[in-house]
Design a protein around this ligand. Structure first.
Ligand code: BTN
Length: 235
């Protein structure tokens, strides 16, 4: 069990930046971010008070670098397992998105900070309108289940942290392999024709049939292991 300590702000630049001063178990939240960050230098925009914006700090001392690289999938699994109790057709799109019915409901940005990893989590909770260019590709818990219109993002955070605390312990004690066993059921890409822009390999694009998430957290695409990238479904 992790003794979470929540540090809540009304407005901040980015909770991931705030979390750099945190230690294991600290969670930084905000109602609004003025410089919310996504992966690959994207920005993360969210109207004030409507969504969950949180960054949790985890001790990763002694954990192998390859295992740490798979940590976004531990976070993704935790979000997926939490929200599937309330909405259907929840999937994880490697490496760090959670989808409901093919639309993105959550993005995850994990960043290393010394002996810790900061897990930044953005979940669309009550937002019902999304601006271009994401108006057709984004969704929220409230759009999928109207009960969420009256649920504050902090309640969703409590539920996610409970699952994440348990999954962190499994990952730390038994390794990513144990997490992967449960990830397979949520894999949005396995068995589909995809193309992946490899962000750690000169932006090379690999295309082919996706063989799913491997035991080291990489994605198998046409028999090749991809460790970092942006995946798109072709068929
Ligand atoms: C992505 O999908 O590219 C990742 C998005 C991560 C957004 C969250 S919101 C809370 C935390 N603070 C940030 O600046 N980013 C993450």
């Amino acid at each position: 069990m992790i003794a979470w300590k929540i540090h809540a702000s009304k407005i901040t630049a980015s909770t991931n930046t705030d979390a750099r001063k945190g230690v294991h178990g600290d969670v930084f939240t905000a109602e609004m971010q003025t410089a919310g960050r996504g992966r690959l230098n994207h920005e993360w925009l969210s109207p004030s008070g409507e969504n969950l914006l949180a960054s949790a700090v985890f001790d990763v001392v002694g954990v192998d670098a390859a295992e740490v690289a798979a940590f976004p999938l531990v976070v993704g699994l935790s979000v997926a397992e939490t929200i599937e109790r309330f909405v259907s057709d929840v999937k994880i799109k490697w490496p760090n998105d959670v989808w409901i019915d093919g639309k993105k409901v959550c993005g995850i940005l994990c960043e290393r900070n010394g002996d810790c990893v900061i897990a930044g989590i953005g979940i669309n909770v009550r937002q019902k309108k999304f601006p271009p260019p994401i108006e057709k590709t984004a969704t929220s818990l409230a759009l999928e289940n109207p009960e969420f219109e009256n649920i504050p993002p902090s309640k969703v955070l409590d539920a996610v942290l409970e699952t994440l605390g348990r999954n962190y312990s499994v990952w730390k004690e038994d390794g990513f392999g144990k997490i992967r066993e449960r990830l397979i059921a949520f894999d949005a890409l396995c068995g589909r024709e995809i193309s992946v822009r490899q962000t750690d390999d000169g932006d090379d694009v690999v295309s082919g049939l996706c063989g799913g998430i491997a035991d080291d957290g990489s994605l198998l695409v046409g028999g090749v292991k991809v460790y970092a990238g942006e995946a798109h479904v072709i068929l």
